[in-house]
Design a protein around this ligand. Sequence first.
Ligand code: AR6
Length: 168
Amino acid sequence: MKIKIIKGGITKIETDAIVNAANSSLLGGSGVDGAIHRTGGSVILEECQQIRNKQGKCKTGEAVITTAGNLPAKKVIHTVGPVYQKGENKEKELLANCYKNSMLLAKKNHLQSIAFPNISTGIYRFPKQVAAEVAPSTIKSTPILDEVIFVCFDNENYTIYKNLLNYE
Ligand code: AR6
């Protein structure tokens, strides 16, 4: 399994699946969620609504899949990260579940490459260093896809990931 780190926006990534840091409503929001819906178009929201009607809200740590609309990726996997409180509410386990369940859902849909944003490290206030200690290690313990790309939007996450994964 190849692991890459890219600095920039996830909506430009050509890969089988990009992951959205959604909320449990699945009906959109700001941050990376807003960017994905804006760029992908209304068809993504329509599919999210259908999923909502069928199975209700998406629980923290779980993932669902939709079309990618106008995005260059083939599919969008929407996962709901934990809101960081004091680290006493299983935040790390729930964040690991996001990465793991997204990988499993990609595999189930015969997808081989996936790009992740730094889930929960924006509006949900997860400390970036702690989140980065969870993400690659979870991926490495679930080596079921050919390629995983960590898309770091902000400089702090990019530096943390580069240092963690020994990139120059
Ligand atoms: N591409 C890649 N990463 C991005 C982009 C982008 N275009 N834009 C922001 N990021 P956040 P959360 C990074 O707040 O913390 C939404 O309203 C950003 O720098 O998007 O999981 C949802 O609907 C940060 O490192 O997601 C939820 O309500 C990371 O993406 C809530 O926010 C995650 O930041 C989820 O909060």
